[in-house]
Design a binder for this molecule. Structure first.
Ligand code: NAI
Length: 293
């Protein structure tokens, strides 16, 4: 486990999923946390759970720039410094295609997923520039290729990854490291919430995904919030002092290649096009092997 003793972190989107796992892992690693979210009840429950000497909840809608600036200022006010910022809050965004693009939805998606990362970083700098720090931004595997999420979300997440690299260059003069994490398929409420389901149902759906999503990636199990939080805690720690401008896939291997490259029960697209089933392909392989011996 990473060592975060003496560090103070702001985590946004901290009431659920990946951010909540971040709170748990960071506090277990010795950090003090300012947890920001729009789900106030869940956020306040975190203060009861961890104690106000370790965690403060701040209502923070990251699309409200005044609230985002205020949460960064809360860290030195409550705990004496701001060492780590994890810009993590998010939502599935507008599901529309380019052809049918909902332009208001486009603006909302970009505000929530990309502008808040720019703004969260900007507002963190005054508190970090004297002694350095670590900024972590949640991107996505949808930044890598098509097929994982709607186009607006995916473009925003690509922007988050590229922003992290460019900001790492700019902020190196202050010893502020900036990195992006690209999570794969993680069982959280985001999928249900993006379908417009009430939070309780979205939370239940996350549990269903946790139970049933194992075969989606080579790792053979569903991703958990802690898989991402452990990477974030490492990037936040001094052990990652040489790491900045990086994009870190934490995806159970789902982006290694098409399914047939890691699942021997899946057929390759070429065999599909030839009308050859996996069983027939196996028989052909066996016949070839017999012919060679
Ligand atoms: P989640 O729905 O469990 O958590 C997201 C949190 O962000 C919620 O607590 C929600 O209340 C909060 N939030 C939403 N809008 C907000 C706003 N305007 N201001 C402040 N807080 C707000 O979802 P999850 O999966 O934990 O998402 C966290 C991040 O991970 C997001 O940026 C998401 O895009 C990203 N991600 C998630 C993946 C997954 O498979 N779950 C994959 C790749 C990226």
């Amino acid at each position: 486990m990473a060592d975060l003793k003496g560090k103070v972190a702001v985590i946004t989107g901290a009431a659920s999923g990946i951010g909540l796992a971040g709170v748990e892992v960071f506090i277990a690693a010795g950090a003090k946390v300012i947890a920001g979210d729009i789900q106030d009840e869940k956020g306040r429950a975190l203060e009861t759970r961890f104690g106000k000497d370790k965690l403060r909840f701040v209502h923070c809608d990251v699309t409200d720039l005044a609230q985002l600036e205020a949460i960064m200022a809360e860290a030195p006010k409550a705990f004496g410094s701001l060492d780590v910022v994890w810009n993590n809050a998010g939502h599935g965004g507008t599901p529309t295609t380019v052809e049918e693009l909902d332009l208001d939805g486009y603006d909302q998606t970009m505000n929530l997923l990309l502008k808040q990362v720019f703004a969260g970083t900007k507002f963190a700098i005054p508190h970090m520039k004297a002694k350095g720090g670590s900024i972590i931004n949640t991107s996505s595997i949808s930044a890598v290729s098509a097929g994982y999420a709607p186009i607006t979300y995916s473009v925003a997440k690509k922007g988050v990854a590229h922003f992290s690299k460019l900001a790492a260059a700019e902020l190196s003069k202050y010893k502020i490291r900036v990195n992006a994490i690209l999570p794969g398929f993680i069982a959280t409420s985001i999928f249900g919430a993006s379908l417009g389901l009430p939070r309780e149902q979205a939370d239940q759906m996350a549990e269903m995904l946790a139970q049933g999503g194992g075969r989606i990636q080579p790792a053979g199990r569903t991703g958990r919030g802690t898989d991402i939080a452990e990477m974030a805690a490492f990037l936040a720690s001094d052990a990652a002092g040489f790491i900045t401008g990086g994009e870190f896939l934490v995806d159970g291997g789902i982006t290694v290649g098409p399914r047939h490259s890691w699942d021997e029960t899946a057929n390759s697209p070429v065999l599909d096009a030839l009308g050859i089933t996996p069983e027939q392909a196996e028989q052909l392989r066996l016949a070839q092997a017999a012919a060679r011996s």
